[in-house]
Design a protein around this ligand. Structure first.
Ligand SMILES: Cc1cc2nc3c(=O)[nH]c(=O)nc-3n(C[C@H](O)[C@H](O)[C@H](O)COP(=O)(O)O)c2cc1C
Length: 274
């Protein structure tokens, strides 16, 4: 009679839920299931994520060109803008690279597709850049109305990425808008303030001699000074002088001779070339 195990003792013998082995099996099994779930979700969502990032950049391009309308379909509106690739060194258009799939960051690091920026020219502090870059052309009935350039360079904390829109003279700023940066909220992130962005509109990148003069100054621009440098000057952002300097440097680099300078030389276009 004493050989018959009680219910409890028997169950315990068959399956000890609290044993080290079972705990490990459950923990490892659960981790495997979770990692498969997370990994497959990330893989499945990647195309959608990339598409959303692309749409976001398209929206910023439309905004910098003052073409964005409330409720508009970003993709449709963006399709009215012509995307072209240029060879930065020659300033010529190239048709061998697709602007829709071009990855400037990856190309910059590629030995064939990227170039090192000589230290004395690297005012944007980006070390390397791609040989090619996209430009976005807004056309109206009389030809090219605006040229939109991707620009980036070091801020205080991280690289700031944005778009600079120029009028068809290649010199007058139509807008500057950042879509990615790591500047401090309330300090460096004033670069996103609509009133600060508005100050850029109408300012000149270069003087008539072709020297890049644009500058975020300290303090407020004094309009109508004797030399009238105010047309190249942007009000500083209080408590964010270093971010302002970064913006000056990146705009100067990308509109200068090692950036889009050779491309911009063709502007203003003669009537038959537009
Ligand atoms: C936590 C912290 C965050 C800061 N973030 C920024 C920033 O994003 N951009 C910036 O230019 N300065 C930033 N600063 C201030 C800079 O260190 C520097 O003092 C400032 O750029 C000087 O600008 P001002 O001459 O207009 O005061 C930060 C300072 C601290 C302590």
């Amino acid at each position: 009679m004493s050989d018959i195990p009680t219910g409890n003792a028997g169950e315990k013998k068959r399956f000890d839920r609290d044993s080290v082995r079972n705990t490990l099996v459950v923990a490892i099994g659960l981790s495997l299931v979770c990692s498969v779930l997370v990994a497959s979700t990330a893989v499945l969502l990647k195309p959608r994520q990339e598409r959303n990032e692309e749409l976001f950049r398209q929206r910023i391009i439309l905004e910098v060109a003052s073409l964005m309308e409330p409720g508009a379909d970003v993709s449709n509106l963006f399709s009215t803008i012509e995307s072209r690739m240029i060879d930065l060194e020659s300033g010529e258009y190239v048709d061998t690279v697709d602007p829709a799939t071009f990855d400037a960051g990856a190309a910059a690091g590629d030995p064939e597709l990227g170039v090192a920026i000589p230290a004395n020219l690297d005012i944007a502090n980006i070390k390397r850049r791609a040989r090619y870059a996209p430009v976005f052309l807004v056309r109206d009935e009389s030809g090219i109305a605006q040229i939109i350039l991707p620009v980036y360079g070091s801020g205080l904390w991280a690289t700031m990425y944005g778009y600079l829109a120029l009028e068809n003279d290649g010199v007058t700023i139509a807008g500057l808008r950042f879509y990615d940066h790591g500047e401090t909220p309330g300090l460096g992130d004033q670069i996103d303030r609509p009133d600060w962005r508005q100050i850029w509109v109408g300012k000149k990148i270069k003087d008539p001699g072709g020297d890049v003069r644009i500058e975020v100054i300290r303090g407020v621009v004094q309009a109508g000074s004797i030399s009238d440098d105010s047309r190249f000057q942007i009000d500083g952002m209080s408590g964010a002088t270093l971010t302002g300097r970064g913006v000056t440097n990146l705009v100067r680099y990308w509109t200068g001779p090692h950036g889009f300078g050779p491309y911009l030389q063709q502007f203003p276009l003669s009537d038959d070339a537009s």
